[in-house]
Each structure stands twice: as structure tokens, then as C-alpha cells.
Design a protein around this ligand. Sequence first.
Ligand code: GDP
Ligand code: IMO
Ligand code: MG
Length: 427
Amino acid sequence: MSNSISLLGLQWGDEGKGKVVDLLSKDIDAAVRYQGGHNAGHTLIIDGKEVVFHLLPSSICHKNIKCFLGRGVVISLEALFSEIDDAFEFIGDLKDRLVVSNAACLIQPYHKKIDQLRERSRSGTKIGTTGRGIGPAYEDRVGRRSIRVADLYDPNALKVKLEEALDIYNFLIKRHDEDQQEDLNELLDENLKQAERLKPFVGNVIAELKAFQESNKTILFEGAQGALLDYSLGTYPFVTSSNSSLGGIASGAGVSATSIDYSLGICKAYTTRVGEGPFPTELNDEIGSYLAEKGGEVGATTGRPRRCGWLDAVLLSHTVYLNGINGICLTKIDVLDGLEKIKICSDYSSSLSREDILESLALNDIEPQYIELEGWQEPTAGVQRFEDLNDKAIDFIAKVEELCGAPIVMISTGPRREDAIIRKYPL
Ligand code: GDP
Ligand code: IMO
Ligand code: MG
């Protein structure tokens, strides 16, 4: 029995976190987003309908679960309200179910503008961001000049902060596009209007989570992005701007780093990546296209096609280690159904040592070395019992376990909640 469980992507995001959160939601009392923003896109199938959450925790449709946006999340109020409005039909009124930290930093319109303008003007150094202002908002947070939720309720101080921000941002924006500069009064009015609507949701996340912990209630910390996109531990500079690894929970939610009882890693049976950056096992051939098409690999946030490739067990064993993974949910195994051969990268050949490669994660000048396994023709899609899997799929799962060093406790065999095999339930 675990009381605090973390759920993290172990690759470059889009591992199927939303689906797995939904699967676990029947047994949790509180759900927390603690980093990232609306760059995330977590997909759930609810009553046969596909729903994507960007900023709201994926457990929000379960009415008995209290949901939190911790201080580490960067919040675009425009995005938050539009998500609340879109979801109203099936999740209803959220007034008593959603708490937004007083200390969370806001994404302002100038963050989004500069994110997009910067990316547009780059040639060789493009990151391929989601263009939602995430990076600039985190820069302000570290630079100690963010506008936080609490600032919305002190109009005089807010005006001064916005004025200072525009001093910087209008200067930067002007370098790219004269017409996109922001007007102080319009921005202030918009912030004050949003402040009114946000008010019922604003609260003290630390105190509420403490109360949940003290009464032995189950809290799920829902990671966004994936471990390889962590700005400190990932494939820098091709990363996002938050700590998307386990370490982000303590500072982003406001709980002790020792309070996580179980660290659940989510990992696809192959690999995908959206945006720029190194990807050693990428397949630019018909197998890559097969995975993309069969797996529906299109970004849930930006609609961009996801790059696809084989599972990389060198990187996976590294993220398993860094995130203290107790168990893995291996997702999308059904996408491999029908392939003749399946490969897993088990090593790199390089003039650098493995330690050097993992320290920098620059992933330059390396050649992936593969283990080749027999594929299977008998479908795994929709299978719900381990003993109903074919032998080749079982061999594949055993090989992944052996190479990555963590038990595979769940296997997801399709996008619906019930398409899953549970070997050892983490809660
Ligand atoms: P997240 O960001 O980690 O929540 O993942 P996304 O929602 O961005 O992308 C995962 C996609 O795969 C979504 O379209 C899910 O509906 C789908 N999905 C999740 N698990 C499975 C699975 O086991 N099999 C298949 N075929 N699709 C899945
Ligand atoms: P979920 O939670 C996949 C990627 C972007 C880009 C890089 C930086 O759905 O797994 P940013 O806008 O964050 O500054 O972009 O990070 N990225 C994601 N890739 N899944 C995500 O979220 C992502 N969030 C950001 O594509 O390469
Ligand atoms: Mg996603």
C-alpha cells in the first residue's frame, strides 16, 4: 500500500501517462501537477470519447478526487479557463475540486510571443518548443521577476511588476516585430479580470497536501513531459524548462523529497520524440512510418508528427536509475503487433565511455547496438491477462525488464482504460 505515488514519463514525453493516471484514479484521493504547463497533452478515453488535458490533472474527471496545481506549474490563465470551459460538459463545476497554488508563476502573453518569435528567428539552434511560453515563464521564475498568483490580488504591486516586465519584453519583442508589443493598461485589465475568475480556486497547496498525507490518503503526483526532457538531467539544450524528473516533485508541489512511497515509470514499447534534438534509435524508414501510423503518433498539444524509433534501453536504464523507479508500466505494446522483427537498443558503440555519454546526454557520435527479437503475429491489442499474451511478447517484456533494471508491473495494450494487464498493482 503506497500513499504517495509519482507517475513519470521515462522517455521524451507522450508515453501514455494520461491513460495510466486514469487507470489508477479509482484508488487515489488527491492528484497533483507540479511542473510544466499547458505544453503537456495527456490523453484519456472517457466513455469512448478522446479527451486531452493540458494543464488540469488527468484525474479531474473523477469527482471524488481533489486536484492541485502546485507552485512549480507555470500557468496560463487563458489556457486554464479555456480547458475548464471545454471540460465543463463532462466534469462539471470544479469550484471545490481544484486548488491552484498561491505561489504558482503565471505565463503572460509576452512569454508566448517571445517563445514563438525566438524559435522563428533561429535556424540551426531551434528547440522545436510547443510555442506556449513555457521557457520564458520559467526564465522569469528563476530570475525572480515572475508574476505569481498571489500578485493578482494586489493591483498596485501588479501594475509595477507588469511595467517592469514590459520594460524587458517589449524591448525583446521589438527586435523581432514592432507590432506585437504589449500595452500595459490592457494587460493589467486582463490580469485583473482573470484574477476575479481564478479567486475561488486559489489556495494553499502545501497545507492541503500535508493534511492528505497526515490522514494517510493516497496522493498521485502526475509528471508532465518525460525524464529526458528535464532541463537538468535531459538532452540539454533540447529539453523543456522544468524538472520533469522525480526531483521536481518536492519543489514543485511543496512536499518532502522523502515522501514518495512508490515511483512508477511510464515507458512506451518503442520511442517517440516531438521537436528537435538527438534521437539515437530514430527510424527514418518504413518501420518508423509504421509505428507512427499504427501508434497514432501525432502531438496531442501541437498536432506535430512525432518522430519514432526503437526502444532505447541504454537511456531507459539511466532514467530508471535517476528516478528511483519501483515499477514500470510498459505502454503501446499493441503497436508492435504484426512486426516481423523487433529491436531493442542495448548498447552504444562510441569512442566515449557509457558514463561520459550519460553525463552529457549530448548523444553525438554514437552508433546504437541492437538486440533483435522475433516479432509476433498474434495480437496483444486489448489483452487483459498476462497469460493471454503470446510467448514472443512475453520474451520481449522479459528482455526489457532485464535491460532496464526495473520490474514491468503493468502493460498497456490499447488506449482505453480497460486495455491493460496488471501484474503487480502499485497502489
Ligand atoms: P501522455 O502525454 O504521456 O499522456 O501521452 P499522450 O496522450 O500524449 O500520447 C499517448 C497516446 O497513445 C494517446 O493517443 C493515447 O490514447 C494512446 N495510448 C495510450 N496507451 C496506449 C496503448 O497501450 N496502446 C495504444 N495503441 N495507444 C495508447
Ligand atoms: P507530455 O506531458 C512531448 C517538448 C517540445 C520541445 C521541448 C521544449 O504530453 O508528455 P517547451 O514548449 O516545453 O519549451 O518545448 O519539449 N515537449 C514535449 N514533448 N510531450 C510533452 O508533454 C512535451 N512538452 C514539451 O516538443 O521539443
Ligand atoms: Mg502528451
